[in-house]
Write a protein that binds this ligand. Structure first.
Ligand SMILES: Cc1cc2nc3c(=O)[nH]c(=O)nc-3n(C[C@H](O)[C@H](O)[C@H](O)COP(=O)(O)OP(=O)(O)OC[C@H]3O[C@@H](n4cnc5c(N)ncnc54)[C@H](O)[C@@H]3O)c2cc1C
Length: 344
């Protein structure tokens, strides 16, 4: 990836001891590959590269990224880590370069509701219209809705003087659930996603009651990218179904592995374009062996081979899976994506 945008930030004033090792540890805990060097660290992520160096003047942070949205995302993530490691320092940083100076964060845009139509018994395909939807083709499979509270004039996120996103709070707080792109149609200026209808969901209520032209916010794209491996173990529940479908569509024909999908209603089962070497099993929640039993019984190819484990489901299963695959079987962050997609 060529880094077309760049920002440089410098601190002023005193810094706490052990700042760089502290930052390196927190960044590693977030799953990013971080290399610690003399008086500095380097993080290379698919979105771009961040370098932090300490000298007698203080800390200098250089970020290079493919675009302004990626740059903004890396900078915000770094400032978040810095706030943890050294509270107060981020407010004393001065930034130069391609730092967003618009009112809205560069990865935010408004979108208008077009339609919500059933695709299976409990899924609605929601179509939205927005500017520059071609930007959604690169940078991750997911995005977040920014739903204003019902009956209130929306207050959208804004950038402050230092270029950090200020989110509306209290009664104006936005609801930000994550979703997965299903179709992106720049010619129509539209994109769509499949929303699992469930009890008590704010997004569900919004999709069921929205009127054509209603305006909401969108943050993205972001999140995981499809894994590249010869062997793939992929599993999830309804919320992961759109992402799993996408990963299977993009899978090479000779990929091997297992697909486990747990659903509560057989009316949500749909055809999947899985390679012939991948065994697909639909599991009915509450009947027979559950997702965890099937997942944990799979024999993985040995360490060092091209393998990947991708799991997204309710938090309790994700926690169990992380313990099993990461802690017990020692899969690295490069060989696994294990994510809580919702919390019961
Ligand atoms: C990266 C990522 C991608 C995702 N992609 C999709 C997608 O493409 N389609 C999709 O439908 N979901 C997807 N999800 C899951 C979705 O973000 C969550 O289910 C979210 O909580 C839905 O928001 P809500 O406003 O409906 O419910 P919330 O207001 O967040 O929660 C309200 C209540 O609903 C319950 N709840 C939330 N989700 C479920 C569920 N699945 N089943 C039963 N009860 C639930 C909560 O426990 C809570 O009690 C994704 C999540 C992530 C992290």
């Amino acid at each position: 990836m060529s880094n077309q945008t760049q920002a440089i930030g410098k601190t002023t004033g005193a810094l706490p001891d052990g700042l760089v090792p502290g930052l390196a540890q927190t960044i590693a805990e977030h799953g990013y590959p971080v290399a610690q060097e003399t008086a500095g660290l380097v993080v290379s992520a698919p979105e771009g590269r961040l370098e932090a160096r300490l000298d007698e003047d203080g800390l200098t942070v250089t970020i290079g990224a493919a675009g302004s949205a990626e740059l903004h995302m890396i900078r915000e993530a770094f400032l978040h880590v810095l706030d943890d490691a050294a509270p107060g320092v981020s407010g004393r940083m001065r930034w130069e370069g391609d730092v967003a100076k618009t009112t809205y964060p560069p990865n935010f845009r408004k979108a208008r509701f077009v339609a919500a139509e059933p695709v299976s018994r409990n899924f609605l395909r929601v179509t939205l219209e927005a500017d520059k939807v071609e930007d959604f083709r690169e940078g991750g499979m997911h995005f977040r809705l920014a739903l204003p509270p019902q009956g209130r004039e929306p207050i959208w996120p804004r950038l402050d003087e230092a270029g950090r996103t200020q989110w509306p709070k209290g009664d104006d707080a936005l609801h930000n659930p994550a979703y997965t792109f299903v179709a992106i149609e720049p010619d129509e200026r539209r994109f769509s996603f499949d929303l699992f209808v469930h009890e008590g969901g704010l997004a569900t209520r919004w999709a069921q009651t929205a009127q054509v032209g209603d305006v909401i916010g969108i943050m993205g794209p972001g999140g995981g990218k499809p894994p590249e491996s010869d062997f793939l173990l992929i599993a999830g529940d309804e919320t992961a179904l759109p992402a799993i479908r996408r990963i299977l569509e993009l899978s090479p024909a000779d990929r091997r592995g297992h697909v486990f999908l747990e659903i509560g209603d057989p009316g949500d089962q749909m055809p999947l374009a899985a390679p012939s070497g991948m065994n697909v099993e639909w599991l009915q929640r509450g009947e027979g062996s559950g997702l965890w039993d099937r997942l944990s019984a799979v024999d993985l190819p040995p360490a060092g081979s091209s393998r990947f484990v991708w799991i997204a489901a309710e938090r309790a299963l994700a926690t169990k899976a992380r313990r099993h695959f990461r802690d017990h079987l020692r899969l690295t962050a490069r060989e696994s994506y294990i994510s809580a997609y919702w919390t019961a």
